[in-house]
Design a protein around this ligand. Structure first.
Ligand SMILES: [Zn+2]
Ligand SMILES: [Zn+2]
Length: 353
């Protein structure tokens, strides 16, 4: 069967995406063709679209790396996937290199990221390596298209909690409560940690207070010192020591990175989740003085997805209050709304609408 996909290409930075036809090749032995039912729009897409970050694949490139859909064709070893509903992880590791074998496939040097290394899922169809695809169980009451956010926002949040070693009774500061930050808050709470959410938007904070945050701090207009004092007062109230503190920077701004770094105390752990090309000035020697740890984190290894899907099935991570579905042909309007910080939920684009 020859498929001609409809796809939205980034042709040049700072210009709207362009709808074009894309002939879908017959999948190779290790590949699958997925009919896209939903694809989450991420800030990374905006970074590519606006030219702040250059994708690895030359332009024109179809963006989009948070796909859910149905496998319609697959190479010989993966024909059992045909007809299955799958999440396409944002990071598709090779599965064979040393990092993949040690459980760090999310950092695989041969990884493929849709919408960055290969054509992405702002399209009716996508061709991807088949091995990392995650077959979805029945999704209950949750709209299956909302599972697109599992491909990046939720799984990245989960992997960040693993990097931080979050366990029951820890104190987690999550700086930036939207998108991946909101799911980080839910994941930390699911692991039994007390979570303090920090953000500049009251509506985001009050939503997170219903979904895992034990306390919130609105940081708008406050300097780093004032935020740190407010945070440590809350921590003392919870009676949790700094060595049980896990800090997550999820907003990806110099100001929020500065706040996150300031929350590190004796033997604390911080994980950098957000991205900014900007630099930030911090006193790195605080890490020395506090015997503290800072980790980076990138995506999530495919073998962790069943754990994430389980937390969603158990209702410990909610998707519906954080997602909305829109037609994919509205992608440029959605990117504009994202530029204007006018989105309150993560948008999933459905090319069939
Ligand atoms: Zn993303
Ligand atoms: Zn690998």
């Amino acid at each position: 069967m020859t498929i001609t996909a409809k796809a939205w290409f980034l042709v040049e930075p700072k210009a709207p995406l362009v709808e074009r036809e894309l002939p879908i090749p017959v999948p190779g032995p290790g590949e699958a063709v997925v009919e896209v039912w939903g694809n989450g729009v991420c800030h990374t897409d905006l970074g590519f679209a606006d030219g702040g970050v250059r994708p690895n694949h030359p332009l024109p490139l179809v963006l989009g790396h948070e796909a859910v859909g149905r496998v319609v064709e697959a190479g010989d070893a993966f024909v059992h996937l045909v007809g299955k509903t799958v999440v396409v992880p944002a990071v598709l590791p090779c599965g064979e290199c040393a990092l993949c074998k040690m459980g760090r496939g999310n950092a695989c040097p041969k990884q493929k990221m849709p919408g960055n290394d290969i054509h992405g899922a702002f399209a009716t169809h996508i061709v991807v390596p088949a091995r990392p695809l995650q077959v979805l169980p029945t999704t209950g009451d949750v709209d299956v298209r909302m599972y697109s956010v599992v491909a990046d926002a939720v799984s990245t949040a989960w992997q960040a909690t693993r990097r931080a070693g979050v366990s029951e009774g820890d104190l987690c500061y999550v700086v930036g409560a939207g998108g991946v930050g909101g799911f980080t808050i839910q994941a930390c709470a699911a692991l039994g940690a007390k979570v303090i959410a920090l953000d500049v938007a009251d509506e985001r904070l009050s939503l997170m207070a219903k979904h895992g945050a034990a306390a919130t701090i609105n940081t708008r207009g406050k300097d780093v010192k004032a935020v740190r004092e407010e945070a440590s007062k809350l921590a003392k109230g919870f009676g949790i020591d700094t060595w049980r503190t896990r800090v997550f920077e999820c907003a990806g701004l110099p100001a929020t990175q500065e706040i996150a770094f300031s929350l590190i105390g004796r033997c604390s752990t911080m994980v950098q989740v957000g991205f900014t090309p900007e630099r930030v000035t911090v006193r790195l020697s605080n890490l020395m003085a506090f015997d503290a740890t800072v980790h980076g984190t990138w995506g999530c290894p495919p073998e962790q997805y069943p754990e994430v899907l389980k937390l969603i099935a158990e209702g410990k991570i909610a998707l519906a209050p954080f997602c909305e579905v829109r037609p994919m042909r509205e992608v440029n309007a959605v990117l504009d709304a994202m530029r204007a910080h006018a989105l309150t939920r993560r948008v999933t684009l459905d090319p069939r609408l």
